[in-house]
Design a protein around this ligand. Structure first.
Ligand code: BGC
Length: 469
């Protein structure tokens, strides 16, 4: 174990908790990497599996988006598996799935095996997306919980960025470069698996299974013997006061109607404005504006760096400025950038244009602005709001419902993207995203709550309808 649970008298060591959070957030790294690594393989797999014509576009959309459909299955499985087997076992399972999926995809010789491997990775993505933050929240002291849980989003965007770099470096290894791009993920997956062996089970889950002595040992090793004992009593009390009603029933009930509808709305706009279409097909989009293949991959890597950098900025600003200002500024910037991209492609197709190619620098600049604006707004702020606006007891079930919806919209958007490009052109496709971003801005201006500086209990009384006596 990363922490020894044998000596409850030991004092707390914050490095222990940060270390554990970092290990578990490797799940975030792997899911970010796995989701976007496909962007580098789009061209090579289209050639290898001969994905041509209109049916080829749909098959390509399927090959790229099937990870998202697997993720939805993973979202659904996450809650059940976590309750039944504990967070640690579930995280170990995701590490194994990531490992197998990377190997299977790398060695696949048929389209069916390739898609199955990606779906298997998607299941791991869907489970990791919901399990890693829950585990981190359950081992964290309250005052550091926000920052520690945010490590997961940071690792997601770090994983995305590393996948662009790795694709860029592996581009030149020959015709089987796509096998290397997908297979290299086995290394971090193996590291994740080995590190997880030393991670203790969540003390909160242990208590729900009646394993109080084990739970106390973990709590004491994380927070010190005295605080550990105190926490044990508090968790036991909270478990006793939790009614046995169906969580999903409560989430869908009248009391949480506003927060649920708002959450479904923000999750919809986070995906319908095209973030994952852009991330998964980035080199393809850059290739549309001309320039060499290698520069398209290098530009994708640059976009990844901007994403990571701006997520750091968001983490610094979110508690100072608040959630609403970040959302308003970020989504306005996204809308402007998307409309600019559409205009750049449109201008290139107009009769007066000599090159038929959009201004590459304008498209690159606008995509960077778009990703930067997403990374300070809808990207992290949606997940922070989701972890704040639901009452304690319904939080996990509610996040599963909204996470599933978010994955569904993401998978649909990435599935139809190649077809949309072929049918409406890049100008029409980005115009659609731009107009949806404007609609998202109006929705958020009207309904997004400001949660900065309020306790979770204050938020519960503000946002959830009072229960009838
Ligand atoms: C979204 C993902 C997206 C990522 C990009 C997350 O908040 O939920 O769908 O790929 O941000 O940074």
């Amino acid at each position: 174990m990363l922490v020894s649970v044998r000596n409850p008298a030991m004092r707390s060591d914050p490095r222990n908790i940060t270390g554990l959070a970092l290990v578990v957030a490797m799940g975030g790294f792997l899911l970010g990497f796995d989701a976007t690594v496909i962007s580098g393989a789009v061209g090579p797999i289209s050639r290898y599996f001969a994905l041509n014509g209109e049916s080829g576009s749909l098959k390509l959309g399927w090959a790229v988006s099937c990870l998202g459909w697997g993720a939805m299955a993973g979202n659904l499985l996450a809650g059940v598996l976590n309750d039944r087997f504990g967070r640690r076992a579930v995280l170990l399972l995701t590490a194994l799935l990531f490992l197998c999926s990377a190997q299977l995809a790398a060695f696949s010789t048929s389209f069916g095996v390739f898609v199955s491997a990606r779906i298997c990775g998607g299941i791991a993505v869907g489970i990791a997306l919901l399990t890693a933050p829950v585990y981190i929240a359950e081992i964290s002291p309250a005052r550091r919980r926000g920052a520690l849980v945010s490590l997961n989003q940071l690792m997601i965007v770090f994983g995305i960025s590393v996948s662009y770099f790795s694709n860029f470096f592996l581009l030149g290894v020959g015709p089987h470069n796509w096998r290397w791009m997908l297979g290299v993920q086995a290394l971090p997956a193996l590291a994740f698996l080995l590190l997880l062996i030393r991670v203790p089970e969540s003390p909160r889950w242990l208590l729900t299974r009646g394993r109080a002595a084990h739970s106390l040992a973990v709590l004491s090793s994380l927070h010190g013997a005295q605080v550990g004992q105190q926490l044990l009593v508090e968790i036991q009390d909270s478990l006793r006061s939790e009614p046995g009603a169906s969580r999903i029933g409560e989430v869908l009930g009248r009391r949480l109607r506003f927060v649920l509808l708002f959450s479904l709305g923000i999750a919809f706009f986070q995906q319908i404005t095209g973030i994952n279409a852009i991330f998964y097909y980035l080199p393809t989009i850059f290739a549309q504006v001309g320039g060499g293949q290698s520069s398209a991959y290098a530009q994708a890597a640059l976009v990844g760096v901007v994403n990571v950098g701006m997520t750091f900025v968001a983490i610094r600003l979110i508690d100072r400025l608040g959630r609403r200002p970040l959302l308003m500024a970020g989504v306005s910037g996204m809308a402007l950038a998307l409309l600019t991209i559409s205009w750049a492609f449109h201008a290139a197709e107009s009769p007066g244009s000599t090159t038929q190619l959009a201004d590459a620098r304008l498209v690159l600049g606008a995509i960077i602005v778009y990703v930067a604006c997403f990374a300070i707004s809808l990207g992290p702020v949606m997940w922070v709001l989701l972890s704040e606006i639901f009452p304690n007891e319904q939080r996990a079930a509610a996040i599963a419902v909204v996470g599933f919806w978010n994955s569904l919209v993401s998978a649909s958007v990435t599935f139809i993207f190649p077809w949309e490009l072929a049918r409406f052109g890049p100008d029409g496709t980005f115009l659609g995203y731009g107009l949806l971003a404007v609609a998202g801005l109006l929705f958020l201006a009207g309904f997004a709550p400001e949660t900065k500086g309020r306790s979770l209990e204050q938020l519960e009384s503000l946002l959830a309808r009072p229960v009838a006596p």
